[in-house]
Every structure is written in C-alpha cells, then in structure tokens.
Design a protein around this ligand. Structure first.
Ligand code: SF4
Length: 377
C-alpha cells in the first residue's frame, strides 16, 4: 500500500497556536504552486523510487479547501497518469469551515475526493474565538450540511480539547454536538503550546493557555468512554472511527508503509532498506528554486538502520489500538520485540505486555504515552 501526501501551505489567517508550515495572505501564489506540485510529482516519477498505484491520497495543510476543485481534479489526474490510483483509493481533503461553499464541495466530490476532514475544533463560539479560528458555529453547520448534500458519506471532524477555559463538561458538550451530525470519524487533539507561536509568547508572559493535567486527563478518558458507548473505536491515541471508517492514509504512517509527499515542507517515506525519510524545504522560494533547476525539491533526511527502524516501528505501532504483531515484527527484523528491547520492555513492564501475539497500550497508558515512550530513546 502506497500513499500520496499533497501539502497545501496556505491559510486565510494564522491560528495563534499553529506551528505547521503554512502562510497567511499568500493565496495569490496558489495557481503557480499547483503547477509546481504537478512538476514535483513528475520528478518523483522520474526518480523511480516508488511504485504505484496509490491506495490513499491526502490533501493536507494548511488549508487545502482554498484550492479550486479544478486544481484538485488536475492533481488527481496527474497522480493517476504517473503512478495510477487504485480502484478504491481513499482520497481525503482537509477543509476548514469559512472557506467552503456547496458548489466547491460538489466540485471536490466530482473530482474524486471521497473523504472530507473538517477542521471544526469546537462548537462553542467563545472557544473558537480563543483558538483564533476564522469560522463561527453557523459556518460549521453550513459546511456539514453542504458536505452531505454534495455526496460525502465519509466525514471526519477535528476537535480540540485541553485549552484554558474549557471545562470537562464543555468537552462533553462538543462531543455531543459532533455526534448530532453523525460523523464517520473524529480526531481529538489536545492543545500543545509551541515555541515561536503567539501562544508560545503569551505563555512566556505567564498567560494560562492549557487546561490542568487533571482536566486534560479527564477529557481524554471521557472521550474514550463516551465515544466508545456511541459506536466509535478508539483506534489511535487521537483518532476514533465508526466500523471500517478508520483513516487509511494515517495507517500508512503508523505502519511505516511507503508514501510520497509533494509540496513545500512535505515529508516522504521510501521503503528502501530499513526506510528512508525525505523532505522538501518548508519555504516557498526554496521549493520553487529547486524545481526551476529541474531538481526534485525533496532531499533525503534520514536513512534508517535496523535498530532505528525497530524503534520507530515500536513507537508508531504503540500509538494504535492494533499495536504491533510479534509475528510481523519478527518476520521484518529477524527478532521479536522482547528480544530486541529487553531493557526497555523491563522498564515498561507494568504497562507493556504481549497479549494475544500483539504488543499494545491501553487508553490509560496512552494518557502517559509521551512519558512511557521516552524509555525508547
Ligand atoms: S488553519 Fe490549520 S494549518 Fe492553518 S493556521 Fe490554523 S491550525 Fe495552522
């Protein structure tokens, strides 16, 4: 299974907590950028490192819903011509309320997009304001209605939790509001404050921005319980899905399967040897300059050795409810997890066991995942 990631690093406005590579106020460069994306893919095809067809395509950002449907259609045609798209390819587009219309959504659907991931974040006006989002609750409701009318039967919502001023009952209300629209998928991200963002600066000035550890934990476990009782599987630390609606593209990342990334700042993973990570510069001018010189903008960042590949397999796999299969791990690396990491497994022993041939964490352990996984480094 091979994936394609297409990075659209443009946003209407920069959210104060965001440290992703995305630019506000540069939308006039989008047409030129879309042409460059096609060229980037051609250079990957010429390199011959990755075989198609693509089983998943993901337009991520940034705000991919700033793209015109014709641009999405053109990029999918290029991907199909150069690598092929599998008959059942999952094609996801991340969309932000406030940048959508019924016509646009209809256009995306006709272009072949079959999964929409809506950046809702919260259903409460004061929380949307706190998070600096461009949309209000009315735009969320409109977007969901338009998406369904346009024929999207695979809809995911992104929600945030764990920010200052949000109580555990606020978190619960957001989940209830979300379920009233019957999404197929939910991603729940806890707010983290990053350096060199407006939130980072405000935190330096002593402004409280995140919930307390207790509230954070209560919201995380509340979601696990509430969504579990409403038919959602908690299949990865931050992701929930109705049966058979897991995001296939993200599973490419967690299972260390190959994917190509196109666009400024996009990462790729090639399955040569124990794996290679590549990245294109997170800078528009550098990205364009490399293409102008007919160079693939992506360069190799990391060439994994066996030990690094085993470690990454473990920490990515432990993010998922499926965990890591002892048999698959042994087939890939010639040794089981316990034998490969005796000291780590010893230190993690109250938490990490092999159960029914798989190594995995429970949701309570996911709550302290960052702490536990430090044992691997
Ligand atoms: S819309 Fe998303 S990518 Fe754009 S600034 Fe906000 S959080 Fe960042």
């Amino acid at each position: 299974m091979t994936g394609l990631y297409i990075h659209i690093p443009f946003c209407r406005r920069k959210c104060p907590y965001c440290d992703f590579f995305s630019l506000a106020g540069s939308e006039e460069r989008l047409p030129e950028y879309v042409l460059a994306l096609g060229r980037h893919l051609e250079l990957w095809a010429a390199a011959g490192t990755t075989r198609g067809p693509f089983a998943t395509v993901f337009f991520g950002g940034g705000t991919p819903s700033l793209l015109k449907p014709e641009a999405v259609a053109a990029l999918l045609e290029t991907a199909d011509r150069l690598f092929g798209l599998a008959p059942e390819t999952e094609i996801t587009l991340e969309a932000n309320p406030g940048t959508l219309s019924w016509e646009k959504l209809r256009g995306y659907r006709s272009a072949g997009v079959n999964r929409l991931s809506l950046g809702i974040q919260s259903f409460q006006p004061r929380h949307l304001l706190f998070l600096g989002r461009i949309h209000g609750v009315g735009e969320i409701e409109e977007s969901i209605g338009w998406a369904r009318q346009a024929g999207f039967d695979n809809l995911g919502f992104d929600l945030m939790f764990g920010f200052h001023g949000q109580t555990v009952s606020d978190g619960r209300r957001d989940l209830e509001r979300a379920l009233a629209f019957a999404p197929e998928h939910l991603s729940l991200y806890g707010l983290t404050v990053e350096e060199k963002t407006p939130f980072g600066d405000r935190q330096q000035d002593g402004v409280p921005l995140t919930a307390s550890e207790e509230e954070w934990a209560a919201m995380f476990l509340q979601a696990d319980d509430f969504l579990g009782r409403h038919g959602f599987a908690h299949y990865e630390i931050s992701n929930y899905a109705r049966p058979n609606r897991e995001c296939r593209h993200n599973q490419v990342y967690w299972r260390r399967l190959p994917y190509l990334g196109i666009g400024a700042g996009a990462h790729s993973f090639l399955d040569q040897g124990y794996g290679e990570r590549w990245a294109a510069p997170p800078h528009l001018d550098h990205f364009f300059a490399r293409l102008a010189a007919s160079r693939n903008p992506s360069e190799k960042l990391e060439d994994f050795n066996r030990w690094e590949a085993m470690r990454e397999t473990l920490y990515l796999g432990l993010r998922t409810a499926a965990g890591i299969s002892e048999t698959d791990f042994r087939a890939r690396f010639g040794s089981g997890v316990g034998k490969a990491f005796p000291a780590t497994i010893g230190r993690l022993s109250p938490h990490l066991h092999e159960r029914e041939g798989r190594w995995r964490f429970s949701p309570e352990e996911w709550l302290i995942y960052d702490h536990l996984i430090r044992e691997l480094f």
